[in-house]
Design a protein around this ligand. Sequence first.
Ligand code: FAD
Length: 526
Amino acid sequence: MTKDLINDFLNFPGLGSIKIITSAEDLKRYHKNTMGVHRKILAAIQVTESKQITEILKIANKHLLSIYPISTGNNWGYGSSNPVKNNSIILDLSNLNQILNFDDELGYVTLEPGVTQKMLHDYFKKKKVRYLVPTTGAGPNCSILGNAIERGYGITPFSDHFASLISLEAILPDGSLYKSPLSDFKATEVAEIFKYGIGPYLDGIFTQSNFGIVTKITIALAKKTEHTEIFMFSIKEAKELSKTIKIIREIKQELGSIIGGVNLMNRERMKAMFGDKHQNKSIIWTCVGGLYGPVEIIKQAKRILKRKLDNLSSSVVFLNKKTIRLKNNLPNFINKYFYGIPKETKIMENFLKILDGVPSEMALALAYSKSNKTHSLKGNANPAIDDCGLIWFSPLLPIRPNIVEVFVKKIISICKKHKIAPLITLTTISNHCFDSTIPILYEKNNINDKKNAQSCYDELFKECRNMGLMPYRLNIDSMKIYNNEHDLTSVKLIDTIKNAIDVNQVLAPGRYSSTLSKKSDFTNNI
Ligand SMILES: Cc1cc2nc3c(=O)[nH]c(=O)nc-3n(C[C@H](O)[C@H](O)[C@H](O)COP(=O)(O)OP(=O)(O)OC[C@H]3O[C@@H](n4cnc5c(N)ncnc54)[C@H](O)[C@@H]3O)c2cc1C
């Protein structure tokens, strides 16, 4: 960035204390990512007050600059802090980290972009309130807001993080402030408890988009239930996959809010997360989930689960705080009862914590499984900074056995072709829909491995699209698909809105949208 421009930023009236980072050394942390991409970043601006964003957008419009907002910038596997377009300025919102309002009675919280899972957890702990943080596998240092507006998900009872978003405020590219309609109409309290507002539902257009910089959100919180119990069972024969998928669909449909998200993971995925020594070689798939509610209801739910799983070859295991402690004190031969389950109690304790809304780095071990770096997972793991190689491919698919079986075969054959281990998880994100997360793990410093990872992603994307399956979320490279789809009505509408509210294309160009700019603006710049 030129000196003139920096001066313009620093001397602009009303800008206050912002920090502008331009040195190559200090920008490194924004470049680092797990995908192996490189974007040219002109500068990073750290703000301390949301009103500074309006002024920054005025300057961006004056000088035709591209501004790319991040909350905590841990979009690992999808681009981390990197922008879609080269020559962008990162707008780092991590210092806007206030919890602005919390309603214990109705169960909602209003917070800024920099509030992390850990910050919210500490806040609940201090206030001694019984609400769950909407945890994800990305762990304690990730933004609640960033994850919700990227429509991420976890496996606590409110697993769909956009579904629990009630209202928001966003600064539009011209600097004006958008508020959810009920709030704009000064119906402030109901605005915080009723998602759809009034009139056309607009809040959604600020998620997975480049229409505004979101400065605060209000989200509904799941209340901690009297009891949480893990259930876990395994599949030892390939033919049981189809039966298991039907059972998962049934328990989701029949147990309602008692059951959270259910994860079905293949052996390779379990191995990458927990290591070889925790794995029983005869197990092909492991299914795990959480039950939430009063003790009596959980007892009934466990009975139903057991009955449904009766004709599978291995039995279901239930674990809670008490049984985990007990298991810890049992000799190994008795522990064989827990056949096929990671032996170390710590793993189960951590998993129970995630289900209970306590942020944990446990799942981040996966990102390090092909890296030379060892992780301590003591609270500051960062797969991008630590040069881990990971690209997420995360397609949606119906909870139908026949489709899942074809899908699984396809994924395994494509991954093998590109010399990538086929790690598959299927997570229920509703009663009808799985999202599958496939982490393409590779050695970051090995050029061939990196090429294999990228070609594997491309082929997975293409082949799944041919099957009618698309990811629920895109990475900064795959967003270029919009450029080939100008004829689609939905893409035309996105273009129309974008051109109307961002005449100079200053806000995150190319993010979930097509672009008329040069191709080189969006390709890797090494
Ligand atoms: C091992 C592992 C496990 C993971 N598990 C999960 C999981 O369980 N669930 C899940 O959802 N993800 C998961 N992830 C993916 C990812 O790391 C998380 O989604 C993470 O929360 C995203 O980073 P962030 O919260 O820092 O958001 P950010 O990176 O700050 O934001 C994400 C994107 O949203 C946009 N954005 C951010 N803030 C704003 C704003 N204020 N206004 C406008 N646009 C904005 C930006 O374009 C940004 O790139 C995992 C990653 C790894 C490596």
